[in-house]
Design a protein around this ligand. Structure first.
Ligand code: SF4
Length: 627
């Protein structure tokens, strides 16, 4: 079924051994079927850590500005951090990144996967995939070898079947990442899938992979990871895992994982419902954590994690599906569907096709509202299971007018549909908003609006703190909290690359991470220094957006959709709530000032220089940087 096309691999620039990091990037050119491993400068590791830090640095340095994200010129980066692959809590993660076809800006996602562990054991901190294969291929990276295998027989298969076939050949422990039909058909929110439905890369990383004719990547490594202090590493790892088990929230977390958030969101009127027009759902109980427990069959999770949070249930078609808060909220309440088994089936279908479940639920909510208002001639009513399933099929294959139009995301769809649909196209910078309704939570709205990839909660999930401490204010304390979380979560965790959930959900203390880092790398890097690194990464990410958007960049891009400002909630305890536009804009300007950005949201020259981003300051001259 799979045969070898070519094999070539060389190693350049030998330099002293580093600890923690493998010290090597692998550049793979799919068109030339060539792979070259390079040792990179130690300063890159110290200044950018890994994961997102490496990804944005590589894309900034290597991409020509304003390329078409789906052209061969784009590059797809798989990047891990200095903790990835060690026996440390929740460290089996990697970042997949590229210029996003959905947003036109910086795009990435993290994925918990054996591929992260195996890529590092094969000897690489990052693999950079360039150009486009002449026909469908599977990239196999095994230690010092890279092979380009014929992927013709896998093209057209869903992600589950693709992985199954590759696993038959490469075994249970291989790290496999693949795309489904969504990525092949360049759906702009197609993601990358692994391990039977774990997925990452919301802003179209699967579409970038599809545009390169790359059906799958298989990593398999046999090297020991180079720890500076292996003994301490072993002791600390064991202590860390045991510490997590002692946390009071741990037993309930194991029962429900993030699914408990359905009930929390409902109680607090922030559950995305009927395309974010409401914050409470009349059938929330039917799709909540306790309803899930009744049909749960097992847990699944990322490698190196003892908090395994994927809840496995059987859907209405009998197939297994993995449920978490985001995918249930978006494919349940947000589309008016109150049957958990049917929600599970839609989730499974999305994972098979390799479509991001958050964006998909958001797009479907938009389509249902457009259908209700008579803006599109496709009949898809709120909560109607079969028409929804049919529409997902059409989107994944870009079938028909609406399948094709909705495959480009809500920003593009609203521009084509016109009328007032942009007011309820729920995105920021083109990335569909994830599962929190922010009519009554200005800090969370700011977090969405300023996130590195468009509207996602990953960088700063500030909503739980905001609900606890007071929703009303648009003040400095909220701005500071958003920045603090963006540093810890979006900067440090995404670059180390470790999961944020042990800290957030069971209270695994932040002090563990510098200790892990020192055992791995030998470097003493406390949180003050890590926060500076996080700022460097965050500012380079923002510079990437500005370089891509050029003169089209404006602070309007950091503002959530009009619905939250203009259409108050009609139901629930917070009936009548909406955001205040004037206060929001003042808070945004305060955020810019604290970040060292100008009134347009562009880092000033001195901010960039203070972080060592002189090249960004030079390249952004054309947008007239402020001092
Ligand atoms: S807590 Fe969940 S998402 Fe995080 S590493 Fe564990 S299984 Fe993965």
């Amino acid at each position: 079924m799979i045969r070898l096309i070519t094999r070539e691999h060389t190693l350049r620039n030998r330099s002293p051994v580093m600890f923690g990091w493998t010290g090597k990037f692998l550049h793979v050119n799919l068109n030339k079927t060539k792979a070259v491993a390079n040792r990179y400068e130690g300063s890159i590791a110290r200044n950018y850590l890994g994961g997102r830090g490496f990804a944005v640095k590589i894309l900034w340095d290597e991409l020509r500005p304003e390329i078409d994200a789906l052209s061969p010129e784009n590059k797809l980066v798989f990047a891990a951090g200095p903790l990835t692959g060690f026996a440390l809590p929740s460290s089996g993660k990697m970042v997949v990144a590229a210029k996003s076809p959905l947003t036109g800006g910086y795009g990435d996602g993290n994925v918990g996967t054996l591929a992260a562990v195996q890529m590092r054991k094969a000897g690489y901190d990052a693999v950079i995939v360039e150009d486009k294969a002449k026909k469908p291929v599977v990239l196999l990276v095994q230690d010092e070898s890279a092979e380009f295998l014929d992927g013709k027989d896998l093209w057209g298969l869903d992600s589950f079947k693709t992985e199954e076939k590759l696993r038959e050949i490469y075994g249970k422990t291989a790290g496999i990442l693949c795309i489904g039909q969504g990525g092949e058909n360049l759906v702009k929110y197609a993601n990358i899938v692994c391990q039977g439905g774990r997925a990452g890369g919301r802003p179209g990383m699967g579409a970038v992979m599809g545009s390169k004719n790359l059906k799958a990547v298989v990593f398999s490594g046999s090297h020991e990871l180079p720890a500076a202090d292996p003994k301490t590493m072993q002791t600390l790892g064991g202590d860390g895992y045991r510490e997590i088990l002692t946390k009071p929230n741990y037993p309930f977390w194991k029962r429900q994982g993030t699914m408990m958030t359905i009930e929390w969101s409902q109680e607090n009127s922030v559950l995305p419902t009927y395309n974010y027009s409401e914050g409470v759902f009349e059938k929330a109980e039917k799709v909540g954590g306790f309803a899930m427990e009744k049909i749960k069959v097992s847990n699944r999770g990322c490698p190196q994690c003892n908090m395994t949070c994927g809840n496995i249930v059987k859907g209405s078609d009998g197939k297994e599906a993995e449920l978490d808060y985001e995918n249930v909220a978006m494919l349940g309440p947000n589309i008016g569907l109150g049957n958990l088994k049917q929600v599970a089936t839609l989730n499974r279908l999305a994972d098979e096709y390799g479509l991001d479940t958050i964006s998909l639920g958001n797009v479907l909510g938009f389509a249902m509202e457009a259908s209700e208002k008579g803006f599109i001639d496709r009949n898809v009513a709120w909560g109607a299971f079969k028409p929804t399933k049919d529409l997902i099929d059409d989107i994944a294959h870009r079938h028909g007018t609406w399948g094709n139009l909705l495959a480009d995301g809500v920003w593009s769809a609203s521009e084509k549909i016109g009328r007032d649909s942009s007011k309820w196209a729920m995105h920021v910078k083109g990335l569909e908003i994830s599962a929190y309704n922010c009519h009554s939570t200005p800090a969370m709205a700011l977090a969405y609006a300023t996130c590195s990839i468009g509207a996602h909660h990953r960088d700063a999930w500030v909503i739980s703190w905001e609900v606890k401490t007071g929703r009303e204010g648009y003040n400095a304390e909220k701005v500071d909290k958003v920045i603090e979380l963006q540093r810890i979560r979006g900067g440090v965790f995404e670059s180390l690359t470790v999961c944020r959930l042990p800290w957030i959900e069971v209270g695994f203390e932040l002090e563990w991470y510098p200790r892990f880092l020192q055992a791995a790398t030998g470097l003493e890097m406390g949180w003050p220094l890590l926060n500076v690194i996080a700022d460097r990464i965050f500012n380079l990410t923002r510079a990437f957006w500005v370089r891509e958007y050029g003169k089209k960049w404006s602070s309007d891009l950091d503002v959530p959709p009009a619905r939250w400002f203009e259409e108050p909630l009609k139901k629930g305890a917070l009936k009548g709530s909406k955001l205040d536009r004037g206060k929001y804009n003042s808070m945004l300007q305060m955020y810019y000032r604290k970040r060292g950005w100008d009134t347009r949201g562009i880092p000033t020259r001195s901010t960039l220089k203070s972080l060592g981003l002189d090249d960004a300051a030079r390249q952004l001259k054309r947008v007239n940087l402020s001092d």
